[in-house]
Write a protein that binds this ligand. Structure first.
Ligand SMILES: [Zn+2]
Length: 277
């Protein structure tokens, strides 16, 4: 199990399983001859991709960051991407039942980040984590309803039932959610994607989500074709590294199937490297 102690907090990486993305889409304008050295790729050009959630136990609260793909993807989507649906089993293995979760934070509302927010029973949708308060940026929720280029990635049943019942809070910008855990908007992947910054005992970790999806994407210009604002991705990464490198933050990767977190730094030639220790 991937677990670290961060000050007074216990932080555990919990996966919803592995799904598959087209390598070209995953690495945007980067030529395959470069990215195929860093990841596995099959004969359909698919790359195994992680679905990493993170549980933070603060001592008083249990906070779940991101909820994977879930178990209610439409069949045509499940055929393309797969639907591993392992999050609840893996939470259970980490000693967390759905009722234990006090807070759920979604970095954004693409289907592979908020799928377990709800489960279907009959024709209705219910919160998977019945006692939790859910959080996302209001701007992200509005974007989900505007049906723009990334419209196929948004499924209203993952968030609208929670907004309607008042269980999901729509945030306006950067905010502390519980003492030591705050969200910060980094535009690029979407306009209002938020990272989650975890701070305890002088140590900091950041779930940077799709701004830097895997340890193969740490170079400033290695963005995804999915990014709606690619130049903004570069700018936001610069801003993030400007804090994370000198502060020795632990960077948590949402889609890395092997490396849930690492310390990003620059080697002697100025190249970005991800170090486990
Ligand atoms: Zn996304």
């Amino acid at each position: 199990m991937n677990r670290v102690t961060l000050g007074d907090f216990e932080v555990t990486a919990v996966s919803d399983g592995i799904y598959h993305l087209d390598g070209g889409a995953f690495f945007g304008v980067i030529p395959k001859v470069l990215w195929e050295k860093k990841v596995e790729v099959d004969d359909k050009n698919l790359v195994p991709t992680g679905l990493n959630s993170v549980v933070v136990r603060t001592g008083t609260q249990t906070v779940l960051i991101e909820t994977g793909i879930g178990n209610k993807l439409p069949e045509r989507m499940a055929k393309i991407f797969g639907q591993p649906a392992q999050l609840l089993d893996n939470l259970n293995a980490a000693g967390v039942s759905p009722e234990d979760v006090d807070i759920v934070i979604n970095t954004h509302l693409h289907f592979d980040h908020c799928g377990w927010n709800t489960v279907r029973r009959g024709d209705d949708f219910f919160p998977t984590f019945p006692n939790a308060k859910y959080y996302v940026q209001e701007g992200e929720w509005q974007h989900a309803h505007q049906l723009q280029r990334d419209a196929p990635s948004y499924y209203s049943e993952n968030y609208d039932p929670l907004v309607e019942s008042g269980q999901m809070t729509l945030l306006q910008g950067d905010q502390e959610i519980v003492p030591g855990i705050s969200v910060k908007v980094y535009a690029g992947h979407t306009k209002n994607m938020q990272a989650v910054i975890i701070n305890s005992g002088g140590k900091t970790a950041c779930y940077i989500s799709d701004l830097i999806p895997t340890s193969a994407h740490i170079d400033l210009t290695w963005g995804m074709a999915f990014d709606l604002y690619p130049l903004k991705t570069i700018e936001s990464r610069k801003q993030y590294y400007g804090q994370a490198l000198p502060g020795k933050w632990l960077t948590m990767f949402t889609h890395d199937p092997n490396v849930p977190w690492a310390y990003v730094s620059k080697d002697e030639r100025g190249k970005m490297v991800a170090l486990r220790e």
